[in-house]
Design a protein around this ligand. Structure first.
Ligand SMILES: Nc1ncnc2c1ncn2[C@@H]1O[C@H](COP(=O)(O)OP(=O)(O)O)[C@@H](O)[C@H]1O
Ligand SMILES: O=C(O)C[C@@H](O)[C@H](O)C(=O)COP(=O)(O)O
Length: 336
């Protein structure tokens, strides 16, 4: 059964709007960042990572965002270009804003944290007027990412992109991507996340991210069914609730739920799981696969990325994901 109806005859498969930043992942791992002396630089930002993943799967992609007018901004643009991502709507900031930095601390495979430097971040300077309607008009899917709602004018740019997507029939996916350090309060976050989510066809988030969205609601048991059920009264066709190593559950308008286990992985860092899962799942849905197969594909893609030092660089090809699934099914990969 297909829960999503993709528009036909579009030039692009996938467009995302939001954060373009730099990941600086500690090279000296299994120790606190106070003891780290060197980092490896990667392109980062959840929507950027997801778009890179979709491009690695062979889809025709583009990005809507703003980069700093400096070496980091040019590094990001060059990397997206090398990954065949259309940049016509990646705008260079002229206000002196800087590139957001995400320092990743890897104390252990299960104890990782991110230190984000996002003061005066260029990505939050994107204005509604800079969002190109013609780009959104030619895509099958538009992805929005929650952190882009954190400050104006980026907030208004996202809502304008949503208006264009609705007008031109694009399927809208919302990766909740909640990063507390970019917001002033959970209350503010909940208000804007809920306003955006009402317009979205596919919503992906962790239990904790949905709990934040329910700040003003009553769901004391943190019931996934209660959470998902609310969104089918709006535009949602699929609500994905991720539970880390315990897997993920997809809820659909017909009242069904679809469950996926996680695969074993030799975890280097837990970051990157959500972005690669989102890329794999959305790719599967766009191929017309069942939700179970799409969730399995996303889960395997996540394992490949969390078994790697990077996020964007480690985004796998479809062949690599299929191979990972087969190797797991042959018992060749065990968790560590
Ligand atoms: N330790 C792990 N081992 C194997 N798979 C994992 C692990 N952590 C996450 N995953 C996979 O990645 C998916 C998303 O991870 P999760 O941590 O829930 O989201 P996020 O990274 O957005 O917080 C999970 O549903 C699961 O399939
Ligand atoms: O999104 C960011 O600004 C940081 C990301 O680039 C980083 O790779 C990360 O945290 C990935 O997020 P996740 O996939 O939700 O774990």
């Amino acid at each position: 059964m297909s829960y999503i109806s993709l528009p036909e005859s579009k030039e692009l498969d996938f467009v995302a709007i939001g954060r373009l930043c730099i990941d600086l992942n500690a090279n000296e791992i299994h120790r606190p960042m106070e003891e780290t002396m060197t980092f490896t630089k990667y392109v980062g930002g959840s929507p950027a990572n997801i778009t890179i993943g979709m491009s690695r799967f062979g889809l025709k992609t583009a990005f809507i965002g703003k980069i700093a007018n400096d070496q980091m901004g040019r590094f990001i643009a060059d990397y997206l270009r090398r990954n065949r991502i259309e940049l016509t709507n990646v705008v260079t900031d002229r206000t002196g804003a800087v590139t957001g930095l995400a320092f990743t601390e890897i104390k252990s495979p299960t104890d990782c944290s991110i230190l984000m430097y996002r003061d005066n971040a260029a990505d939050l300077q994107l204005t509604p007027g800079e969002v190109q309607e013609e780009l959104i008009a030619k895509t099958k899917v538009l992805l929005i990412s929650g952190t882009a709602l954190a400050k104006s004018p980026s907030r208004e740019a996202v809502f304008q992109a949503l208006n264009y997507a609705k007008k031109h029939g694009a399927v809208i996916a919302f990766d909740l991507d909640y990063r507390p350090y970019t917001w002033t309060s959970p209350e503010e976050t909940a208000v804007y996340y809920n306003l955006a989510a009402e317009k979205c066809d596919i919503i992906l988030g962790t239990r904790e991210e949905f709990d934040m969205m329910e700040t003003f609601e009553h769901n004391p048991e943190h019931s996934d069914q209660v959470t998902a059920g609310k969104w089918f009264d709006y535009s949602a066709k699929i609500v994905i609730i991720k539970h880390g190593k315990d897997g993920s559950i997809a809820y659909t308008q017909d009242g069904a739920d679809h469950r996926a286990k996680s695969f074993p992985a030799k975890v280097v860092k837990t970051f990157g799981a959500g972005d690669s899962y989102a890329a794999g799942f959305l790719f599967g849905v766009m191929q017309g696969w069942t939700l179970e197969k799409s969730m399995e594909f996303g889960s395997a893609a996540a394992c490949i990325v969390i078994s790697s030092h990077s996020c964007s660089d480690a985004m796998p090809t479809a062949a690599e994901v299929h191979d990972y699934i087969e190797r797991c099914n042959r018992g060749e990969i065990t968790a560590s």
